[in-house]
Design a protein around this ligand. Sequence first.
Ligand code: FAD
Length: 352
Amino acid sequence: MKPVAGVIGGGVVGAHIALALAKRFTVYLIEKNPKLGQETSTRNSGVLHAGIYYPAGSLKARFCVEGNALSRELFSKYDVQFASSGKYIIARDETEEFELEHLLENSNRNGVSEMTRVSMKKFNETFPYLKARGAIFSGSTGIIDAADYMIALAALLDRNNIEVLKPCTALGIVAGPKIETNRGTLEVDVAVNAAGLYADYIAKSAGIANYEIIPLKGDYLATRSFPLHVPIYPVPNHVHGTLGLHLTPTFSSEVLFGPSEMPCNRKDDYTIQTSFNVFYESLQKTFEPAILSNIELYEGYSGNRPRAYYMGKRCEDFTIIEHPSSVIHLIGIESPGLTSAPAIARHVASLV
Ligand SMILES: Cc1cc2nc3c(=O)[nH]c(=O)nc-3n(C[C@H](O)[C@H](O)[C@H](O)COP(=O)(O)OP(=O)(O)OC[C@H]3O[C@@H](n4cnc5c(N)ncnc54)[C@H](O)[C@@H]3O)c2cc1C
């Protein structure tokens, strides 16, 4: 008889952890919604990140680079909608040009491949409607259909005989370890808390008191006013610690514009709250005025970044801790969590 593992949270991270444990454990995956991936895992930009931004030596840098390669293998093997589009990061003024140099240096430190400085003559010919003074290109960035990805993961869980309990809400992890749920108690040998925005509540039940997840809302608008096949990012926003409002093509020929950075009190609030002016100001900085008046924007969707704080101080990196023995918590798995998921899972499997 195999030992039993219980994973709380059927987002991209919990699904990958369940798969990574399935060879050695009988695995139960507990998800409170009727379907997998209904929260942050499908409410994001759908970009497979390269690892450009994160401090060298951080878990984000390591898991992003590893996760990029592992995800590509999975997408190709299981036919997940993915395009190896690359992406541009543009500078719109002199300070931002300086920032591009930092990003090139940092990606080099993180072992990111296919980073190049772009000839502006060529760039301006391809994107005459953008106000860019400088640009870099990341060849190892891509775009994913996150909903299709979650469907593929659900099929893989099934194929690996993982019991998915849904809808089923975990109420906490108590000594044993035991996972208490609204459908009864599950006795396990290993428990994993991959509850995304709610990982702080589950951690508290297991005796970890000082983490709090305060969502940072990211709203998207969308447009079909111009074609785009490659994401265009500004330099990162250091005030909010985000990547800034970017343009991302989707598989339905829409172009997403966002996500914004809005303080938000409720973890389950997915209404769009960012004022149109915030989007417009950013567009004004990026687009030539002639095209701007022809861009029609409509509401897209909203996602909540699971931003973690330890005793009031923001956790810049992913937090992965074991407490008590055989209980692993994943806290603050914000971007690049979609990219990093298979690498995070491999790491968690190595801990148990
Ligand atoms: C606006 C935005 C843009 C982003 N863009 C990108 C991007 O382009 N690229 C990238 O790599 N990353 C991106 N990210 C980050 C990425 O989406 C997340 O890091 C990733 O989805 C986290 O996955 P998860 O499985 O940890 O969390 P979730 O998807 O939130 O999954 C957690 C699951 O746990 C379940 N759950 C919670 N509590 C309980 C409970 N008590 N009992 C049972 N189940 C429970 C939830 O219902 C949920 O399904 C973005 C995030 C946001 C918000």
